[in-house]
Design a protein around this ligand. Sequence first.
Ligand code: ADP
Ligand code: MG
Length: 260
Amino acid sequence: MFKRKGPERAGRSAEALRLESVRRIYGAEGNRVAALDGVSLSLPAGSFTAVMGPSGSGKSTFLHCAAGLDQPTEGRVFVDGQELAGRDETALTRFRREHVGFVFQQFNLLPALTVMQNVTLPLKLAGRRADQDGARAVLERVGLGERLHHRPSELSGGQQQRVAIARALVTRPSVLFGDEPTGALDTRSARAVLALLREAVDVHGQTVVMVTHDPVAASFADAVVFLADGRIVGWMAQPSAEAVAERMTHLSDDLDQAVA
Ligand code: ADP
Ligand code: MG
């Protein structure tokens, strides 16, 4: 089962993320694709979940709908106990800034800003005081306390991704979403990033939801959710890399049979 940790901030919901029968249809009439086709799930605060599935199975769409970056066609999404629907774009942006962090495969740092400026930017955008001490503390936590005034181009890929994680954590989001956050990294840098995500959960009681292709990355999570064709087709607690790899092979077999 999931490890549960006490919420870091008072008033935080015990359920970090809830999806109820979420569907996301893309395309116009006659050319519709159900990227998500009735996904329901509940993740407790302080859990680390990996999302896996073949290419095109709806993983990114799932993350975008769960994080309020995209709107489901049907169904309901709750982050930290609060429903995302019924907010205009301004309110949704504000909600995301306060409750959600996002880490992408391609770091997405602003090249003209220093490490420190990249990390304090979300605080400024949220209208919070740019807490230099807080930003420095989170950069020390990711091992970059000596690189505050460097530009992203002066850092390795692994270091840049750790800046992106610091930027995502500095607002203390309820849920940190990662879309293949280790996809562009070498093995050693990937491990360092995964250890940081694990620490966000174990030490800071945050909730992490991470899409990955890599069974080793998935084994850092408390549980794996398997998607195929826009549906949840499996779930595994305390995943080992071997068990996940085995399951992924069968997922592809199942799909091959379904289309044969
Ligand atoms: P994954 O991340 O697992 O590779 P995606 O969520 O990106 O899958 O895509 C799921 C399905 O939805 C795919 O068939 C994809 O082609 C389709 N899709 C995703 N985004 C769009 C879009 N903006 N417009 C049309 N179809 C899309
Ligand atoms: Mg994707």
